[in-house]
Design a protein around this ligand. Structure first.
Ligand SMILES: [Zn+2]
Length: 179
């Protein structure tokens, strides 16, 4: 009979030691679900809400066309690039902030796609048209053409990608910073 109270105390002590852990769990789990529950609505809907919630006054085709020409997507007069592929942080004419661009590898990927199509089509066409020319000469010719075309096309595609991001207020062009 005398052993019963100490056991209860032990149980209480063990409960007391578990209590902080439970409290920790409670503090971690409540913070977990809100964080986990709030992003899904924002991550599921952003794809559509970015387009729907932000009806933009920026014309996508015009912005991409200006970017394609290496011009500022906002005014179409200032130069977008200060070097071969380096985008000006601000348009020298209208002062539009262009530092928000995040073209990354997209221009290189798209250029590779275009260059491969051009090179493959060229090799196939020359193979059909002139069967007597050596395949080595044909390959070398189209290799050079593809390389030169890639270098010419890359900044233009990058300009179009930056224009696309600017028009849709993506990345650094969006929100309070874009306006
Ligand atoms: Zn401009």
């Amino acid at each position: 009979m005398a052993d019963a109270p100490p056991r209860k105390q032990e149980v209480d002590e063990s409960a007391a030691t578990f209590a902080p852990r439970a409290a920790e769990l409670e503090t971690t789990t409540p913070s977990g679900p809100p964080e986990a529950s709030s992003p899904p609505p924002t991550t599921v809907s952003p794809g559509t809400s970015q387009v729907v919630d932000r009806p933009t006054d920026r014309n996508l085709a015009v912005a991409m066309g200006r970017g394609l020409l290496g011009r500022c997507p906002n005014c179409g007069r200032g130069a977008m690039f200060r070097a071969y592929l380096s985008v000006n942080s601000r348009c020298p004419v209208c002062g539009e902030d262009l530092s928000g661009e995040r073209a990354d590898d997209a221009p290189a990927f798209l250029t590779l796609l275009v260059a491969c199509l051009v090179g493959c089509a060229g090799v196939l066409l020359s193979d059909e048209s002139s069967a007597q020319t050596s395949i080595l000469a044909v390959a070398l010719f189209w290799l050079v053409v593809t390389a030169v075309a890639s270098l010419l096309v890359l900044p233009r595609i990058k300009g179009a990608v930056v224009g696309y991001q600017w028009a849709l207020r993506m990345h650094g062009f969006g929100g309070a910073r874009g306006r």
